[in-house]
Ligand binder design. Structure first.
Ligand code: GDP
Length: 460
């Protein structure tokens, strides 16, 4: 299936000066290539790693360790050799160059993992877990990706499909061989199986919203008038909790100003051009237009200046944001300089609009920051669910396919209730099993496969 069989190579580690770099080679010529460029006193047997030198023609250029995994017992399912060389950018590039000159082709992004999938070493949901794991920014993200890599989605999909496939087989026999006295398929049994599966799939779908927050982070916009303390708050949050971020190839996103960890959540604080200063917002582009920019945001952190009180424009904007259905936390900053009467007036005004999520802050004195973090965590973390152990879906592709499966099953139920013959009903059940199968990569279109692996990094 869509398989290229040439031998590919790429640098598997980040291209920067470091202790070691790894150059990966996969395909039937891997060992041949190594034999042409590598000399060692030891013999390179399968599943061993040996010491020796890499040669460019007759010149030794590096001392390295080379490992060899013989097909099918390797990551890709093909013959794989890996060269562990010194981790300089230049030497790593030179060795890759020599490997390419001796018969390998430069691998495309994700091509090693794609071969692993096509050779049946892992299914599509597990391959997607690899990229989730590489991009993970906190402990929970790594745990969920590892569970997926271990096959928790694969197992669940297999169990969801099993009874449906059995039912389909039963239907086919009874339709194709009516002369055999095969047990009739009862409508009641079909309906109860459909209901059972729909309930199970919906339970998985329910985990997606939270799964998305865990995997992609919560997108936050800090907005407020000039001088309320937005930059100070951002600096304060990022000082202690800055997350390590890598660019994710193939995704276009607005500029994220900071990515920080709060509890088990990652917050992406957005600098959506022009959105930060509410005065500019109202004056320059008009509220409606600028509010559209908040469509990508999961939470608005609306900062007020407690020293000055709340203005009509701020209240208007706040209520429009709330009417949009966005989650909002209002933070009254500069509480160290806020008079009680002004503070009470702000609270009164906010009460009128039923803003109950209000926090007092003094960013400059580091007061209220923990309360703010807790308020965010309370909104986005569901405390009664053990995300590190339960099945959680985090990929939009999985969510869409599960939804499709539910739609097909519900359609099948409608057809049964409308008195349609069982072979018509079975078309919808078949489509549902197909949608479920696409999650793990059976029946999947090559364009989808290519799209998934294109997002991987080079050498993975
Ligand atoms: P921005 O324009 O909203 O980004 O506001 P800045 O973060 O630049 O802050 C504006 C001014 O307010 C700066 O001089 C800050 O030092 C000051 N400021 C920020 N937070 C506080 C606070 O909690 N209390 C007091 N008194 N001043 C603050």
């Amino acid at each position: 299936m869509f398989m290229s069989t040439d031998t590919i190579a790429a640098i598997g580690t980040a291209l920067q000066n470091s202790g070691i770099s790894i150059i990966r080679i996969s395909g039937k010529d891997s060992l041949n290539i190594i034999n042409k460029i590598f000399i060692s006193k030891a013999e390179l047997k399968p599943n061993t790693i040996i010491y020796g030198k890499i040669y460019d023609n007759n010149t030794a250029i590096d001392r390295v360790l080379v490992s060899y995994f013989k097909a099918p017992k390797s990551f890709t399912g093909e013959d794989v050799c890996e060269i562990n060389c010194h981790g300089g950018i230049e030497i790593t590039r030179q060795i890759l160059e020599i490997v390419l000159e001796n018969g390998a082709r430069l691998a495309l992004p994700g091509e090693f993992s794609k071969r692993a999938f096509l050779n049946g070493k892992m299914d599509l949901s597990q391959a997607e877990a690899v990229i989730n794991l590489i991009n993970a920014k906190n402990k929970l993200q790594t745990q969920i990706a590892t569970n997926q890599l271990e096959g928790n989605i694969s197992k669940k999909i297999a169990s969801l499909r099993e009874e449906l496939v059995e039912l389909l087989a039963h239907i086919e026999v009874s339709v194709d061989y009516p002369e055999y006295d095969y047990e009739e398929v009862e409508n009641d049994n079909v309906i109860s199986l459909i209901d059972k599966k729909v309930t199970e799939i919906k339970q998985i779908l329910d985990t997606y919203e939270q799964g998305k927050y865990i995997k992609d982070g919560v997108n936050v916009a800090i907005i407020g008038r000039p001088n309320v303390g937005k930059s100070s708050l951002l600096n304060n949050l990022s000082k202690s909790d800055k997350a390590i971020v890598t660019d994710i190839a193939g995704t276009t996103r607005d500029i994220v100003e900071e990515t920080i960890n709060i509890g088990s959540l990652v917050l992406n604080i957005y600098d959506t051009a022009g959105i930060r200063d509410t005065e500019n917002l109202v004056e320059k582009i008009g509220v409606e237009k600028s509010l559209k920019k908040l469509d990508e945001v999961d939470l608005v952190l609306f900062l007020l200046n407690g020293e000055e009180g709340i203005t009509d424009d701020e209240l208007k904007l706040l209520s429009k944001i709330k009417n949009k259905g966005l989650k909002v936390i209002v933070a009254i900053n500069k509480i160290d300089k806020t008079q009680k009467s002004i503070f009470d007036t702000i609270l009164n005004e906010l009460n009128k609009y039923q803003f109950d999520n209000v926090i007092s802050l003094s960013v400059i004195n580091n007061e209220g920051i923990e309360n703010l973090k807790k308020a965010i965590d309370d909104i986005f973390s569901k405390s009664n669910f053990d995300y590190s152990h339960e099945l959680v879906i985090t990929n939009a592709r999985h969510k869409d396919l599960l939804k499709k499966a539910v739609e097909y099953l519900e359609q099948a139920r409608t057809e049964v209730n409308n008195g349609q013959p069982i072979d018509i009903v079975s078309i919808y059940i078949k489509n549902a099993t197909k949608s479920l199968g696409e999650i793990i990569g059976s029946d999947v279109n090559i364009d989808v496969v290519n799209k998934i692996f294109e997002k991987f990094c080079l050498g993975k």
